[in-house]
Design a protein around this ligand. Sequence first.
Ligand code: BG6
Length: 490
Amino acid sequence: MRQFKDDFLWGGATAANQFEGGWKEGGKGLSTADVTRFKPDVDVEDMQKQWEITSADIEEAIRTQDSTYYPKRHGSDFYHHYKEDIALMAEMGFKVFRMSIAWSRIFPRGDEETPNEEGLAFYDRVFDELHKYGIEPLVTMSHYEPPLAFVTEYDGWYSRESVTFFTRYVTAICNRYKDKVKYWLTFNEVDSVIRHPFMTGGLIEDHFPSHEAFEQAIYQAMHHQFVASALATKICHETIPGSKVGCMLTKLTFYPYTCRPEDVLKAQQDMRATLAFADVQVFGRYPAYLKALYKKKNIVLKKETGDDEILRSYPVDFISFSYYSSSCSAADTTGLDVAEGNTCAAIKNPYLKASSWGWQIDPVGLRISMVDLYDRYRLPLFIVENGLGAQDVPEADGSIQDDYRIHYMQEHIKTMYDAVTEDGVELMGYTCWGCIDLVSNSSNQMSKRYGMVYVDCDDYGNGTFNRKKKKSFDWYKEVIATNGANVLDR
Ligand code: BG6
């Protein structure tokens, strides 16, 4: 029988900023996610407009107390539903649950000296509930929600103080949860700071005198995140013996649009834009091609004495990544169609179909991505996000027949198995994204659903927030129970 190894970590993934809700409860402070607006009048494929944010927008958001256009404030209300949600995960047989801690629940402004006890106690309850069912937590320390005061008053990750504030936060959570959490990720999609500086780096463009200064700030923020991530790895290892810390990448896989050498070169360069981040976190130094880019762009990093030594001394233990789709690269894009993707748009591949949000579906690309990463880093991989964002429409009897989701996941699980058995990739586990419906990161829609459990809530926050199993629920339960055999033996 074809199966994954016995200790394979099957499960699902979420993030506090899109799932947890409870934005004003338990002493939580505001985060960047709480001021991110749902823009129904803007085309969902126009990412730049979707993500544009100014100081005036933030002020308006702070004045607005309701969450109609700020859906990440309520998310799926895991804050009040965690017991029910964890019971559903246990019923599916989850071995692991990927979640994140909201930094602003622990340090409401980001700059306090002592943590918020109510926030710490909430995650104690969540971890205890998970352990009750034998589910291992996999915790992201920072998933798109820097505390807002840290952003507006300190310029987020641009300021050097970011490293102090973040390591204080990491020390607090590692100390508190040392007996409860052994798998950690530092920054979700750490490479996204380039594409979405506000969400990831807490950078607001109008705080900087020019576009060039803003670009400089982005690279500076990236450096601070590298140093903070290395220090977080150190703190984790020292506080929790045997803990495993991973970096987390957006695996953007590009194919050359043609076999013209110029297109092949462009694809290689596009891939390096994200691989650069793992290069630093795994090899402990800036790669030469990144230094060359800085020189070309006149980027001058402010480094403190000891930064290089920190990067060198505390590399990550494993590589985790998200994979949803692939796209193409071309040296000359004139006349070529554009396809959407995870936080980035690129050239459409004529051989692939796309989701309703324009993300091109490519299961073979998952295998290619795994080989790319494993051959380069020789570290265990963990697929911590994969899935299909779709509009689920309940049938007349209320059931949700999401065969399209089952098909998507099944095809990806098959190529994931091939990467392990035929290409020799070491894979720790698979956590599908948004296992229980949550708010979309890119479009802020609730109607872009990934879950195997439906949450009754619309794009404006109307609904009961009741949970309902979709058809994929029993299917995934069987995948886990048979360790993949029900998919692989077909
Ligand atoms: C990843 C993020 O980018 O992709 C998640 O880590 C996000 O936060 C997921 O939700 C899917 O993207 P979207 O835009 O469809 O929610």
